[in-house]
Design a protein around this ligand. Structure first.
Ligand code: AP5
Length: 197
């Protein structure tokens, strides 16, 4: 049974490392950003509700995201564990999520924080924008202005929540500025020490 939460700024490598971790740990990847983008693409009511917030680089209202996560966690594949990416993202979401986990008796094993400074986050997001454009893809929240807004939201709303978890016994700090392979190796070592896998 493995339950992990990945914390980090926009462009810190959460999605990149999650792609490796879900295979390694054999758990589903629950990415609130991916779910919201899929809802947007399918033009569902939820997707349409979220679109304007995402395109402005703001957080989608807490209740919308909390209900979405609760629905996803109720699916059978999540009974055997999960990797949470992009949630919780502010103190209110963290409080509700802790209550939700207590209620369903699903404690997490690790909180992994991919620490990357703002200038690097900004550069990585701009690089990804360029790479995606070259392959004919686009993420509507990867414009230079929206990237800056997402960074501001991260610093104002998400980072304080992460810092509140710093002294938690399950909190693991990862230097996210290293290469992708080095970050992966560091995560593997850390979760093994934490008794996961
Ligand atoms: P979300 O999809 O969660 O986006 P994000 O947090 O901004 O993160 P990214 O997907 O941009 O980056 P990442 O950390 O996954 O990095 P990646 O691996 O891609 O959220 C999008 C929006 O949805 C939010 O703005 C909000 O509106 C809404 N939303 C989502 N969750 C919500 C919630 N809980 N509440 C309310 N609203 C919510 O890597 C980035 C780039 O860097 C890539 O090009 C990659 O190749 C490169 N890279 C990765 N690792 C390294 C490395 N070690 N060295 C060099 N380059 C690297």
């Amino acid at each position: 049974m493995t339950r992990l939460i990945l914390f980090g700024g926009p462009g810190s490598g959460k999605g990149t490392q999650a792609a490796f971790l879900v295979d390694y740990l054999e758990v589903p990847h629950i990415s609130t950003g991916d779910i919201l983008r899929a809802e947007k693409a399918d033009k569902t009511e939820l997707g349409q509700q979220a679109q304007a917030f995402m395109d402005r680089g703001e957080l989608v209202p807490d209740q919308v995201v909390v209900d979405m996560v609760a629905n996803r966690m109720a699916q059978p594949d999540a009974e055997a564990g999960w990797l949470m990416d992009g949630f919780p993202r502010n103190t209110s979401q963290a409080i509700v999520f802790e209550q939700m986990l207590d209620k369903i008796n699903q404690p997490y094993d690790c909180l992994l924080f991919l620490d990357v400074p703002p200038l690097t986050l900004n550069q990585r997001a701009l690089n990804r924008r360029q790479q995606m454009a070259q392959s004919g893809q686009q993420r509507s929240d990867d414009t230079p202005e929206t990237i800056l807004k997402r960074l501001t939201v991260y610093e104002q709303e998400t980072l304080p929540m992460i810092l509140n978890y710093q002294k938690h016994p399950k909190f693991i700090y990862i230097d996210g500025t290293l290469s992708v392979e080095e970050v992966t190796a560091s995560i593997k070592r850390s979760i093994a020490k934490g008794g996961v896998n």
